[in-house]
Write a protein that binds this ligand. Structure first.
Ligand code: TRP
Length: 334
């Protein structure tokens, strides 16, 4: 039986943090044997918010490398940079002609991001690209005829739009695209270390997150100063900060220390110093091989940049076939 295809993409926003890793990327890595996987670094999407053209290319290549360092294996999965597959942008245009103005106006992420721009830069520039962002996302997904998209809650509405675009296209031009479904997996949700009531995110500031490739020293410092609560509360509910440290330990797959510490918590003998030491230790161990792979890949940057192009060419061939079919179906000359 043919394997179902999975697609997911990430913006080249600089550093990956452990919330991204445990909450998404590690799952991408784990499903590589079960599905036909296609993963992309979407630099065209990164242009929809203010950005620096001098740092974008470096960030794009680095994100590509970082995905490989995390375990995305180009022998088993397709890995591409979006702008090296120009067919995405072409399909974006065709899809924008089967997307209604009204449905784009209902996208909550556009509302959030445009509000954010208006506040941060007083009447700031809001591009049409930010508005049509989800159409390009639909092109990313459908150009590979993906069946499943592993997404978080924040992307559900975009995925629903992709489905609507597929259905509308199929009705208008003949059945061609599968309707992509969300792929939900149980993943840990990491909270900010400095404010554990908020989701871990880089935009909160340096103290709030741990980078996947951060130095051990700085990782230990951040865990050490993570917010917990003021005392041992035996038998009571865990505070968000303590729960977050337990989540980190569990995410690292270390069952024994988790259960041992949980027991101590339950009978009120847990010292947070010990909890933090264990959390830092297991995290360092879990991330070490990733950091090592990353330094190897970064050591020969020229070779790695060649690899980025070679791998993207594989995606391009697939995308080109889809686009040719689409052109024929929609009455364009090929
Ligand atoms: N919008 C997604 C995000 O910000 C990134 C993305 C772009 C994406 N194209 C995609 C995700 C296609 C899944 C599938 O996280």
């Amino acid at each position: 039986m043919e394997r179902k295809r999975v697609l997911s993409c990430i913006q080249p926003t600089g550093e990956l943090h452990i919330g991204n890793y445990f909450g998404a990327i590690r799952n991408w890595v784990n499903i590589q044997d079960k599905y036909d996987c296609v993963y992309g670094v979407v630099d065209l999407h990164a242009m929809t918010m203010p950005y620096d053209p001098r740092t974008l290319p470096g960030n794009t290549v680095q994100m590509f490398i970082d995905l490989m360092a995390c375990g995305i294996d180009p022998e088993r999965s397709v890995l591409f940079v979006q702008s090296l597959v120009p067919q995405h942008a072409e399909l974006n245009w065709i899809f924008s002609c089967v997307t209604s103005f009204g449905e784009l106006s209902r996208m909550t992420q556009f509302k959030d991001k445009s509000d954010q721009l208006q506040i941060s830069q007083k009447g700031g520039f809001i591009s049409a690209g930010l508005y049509t962002y989800p159409v390009l996302q639909a092109a990313d997904i459908l150009i590979y005829k993906a069946n499943y998209v592993p997404v978080g809650k924040d992307q559900e509405q975009h995925l629903e739009l992709s489905r609507n675009i597929a259905v509308r296209f199929n009705n208008q031009f003949g059945t061609y695209f599968p309707e992509p479904e969300p792929l939900f997996t149980e993943v840990p949700k990491l909270m900010s270390l400095a404010d554990p009531t908020k989701k871990m995110s880089k935009s909160l500031g340096d103290k709030h997150y741990i980078g996947v490739f951060e130095s051990e020293d700085s990782l230990r410092k951040k865990i050490k100063s993570a917010v917990t609560d003021t005392g041992m509360q035996s038998g009571s509910k865990m505070s968000p900060g303590v729960e977050n440290l337990f989540t980190i330990i569990k995410a690292c797959g270390t069952e024994d220390p988790y259960l041992r510490l949980k027991d101590k918590f339950d009978n009120g003998t847990l010292q947070y110093r010990e909890l933090k030491e264990v959390a830092a230790a297991v995290l360092v161990e879990t991330l070490r091989p990733l950091r090592e792979r990353r330094s190897e890949l970064n050591a020969d940057r020229k070779k790695t940049e060649r690899l980025v192009r070679e791998l993207s060419a594989v995606a391009r061939e697939f995308a080109e076939n889809t686009l040719n079919d689409v052109k024929k179906l929609t009455g364009l000359i090929v």
